[in-house]
Write a protein that binds this ligand. Structure first.
Ligand SMILES: [Zn+2]
Length: 110
């Protein structure tokens, strides 16, 4: 039991160290600009990165200027890391709850 509590404390510490987080993904999309003789008109589109975010089933995208690209990727990656830790925390807490049920004689009552 006690190692489960230690595990939980460790996971919570790890979770606290992850910041900032963004639930979304960085995507690359081609776009056509407004210049009349640009190569993008012939199919060679301008590739740019965007942050794609889905909230309540509605997806929005934001253009990411070059200097923000790495930061956005990091935020998105932090969310993934945090999610994995959250899942581990949940599993650990389930084990703790199961242990509590076993420890408590009242839990044995039918
Ligand atoms: Zn163009």
């Amino acid at each position: 039991m006690s190692n489960l509590y230690a595990r939980r404390a460790n996971l919570r510490k790890k979770l606290g160290e992850i910041s900032p987080i963004v639930r979304g993904s960085v995507v690359e999309l081609g776009r056509v600009c407004g210049r009349p003789n640009c190569h993008c008109k012939k199919g060679e589109k301008h590739m740019s990165r965007y942050l794609s975010i889905s909230i309540h089933g509605k997806t929005s995208i934001f253009y990411l200027p070059k200097h923000v690209e790495q930061k956005a990727k990091k935020y998105v990656n932090n969310y993934k890391k945090a999610s994995l830790i959250m899942e581990e925390l949940s599993q650990t807490n389930i084990q703790i709850l199961k242990g509590n049920i076993k420890d408590n004689p009242r839990g044995k009552r039918k």
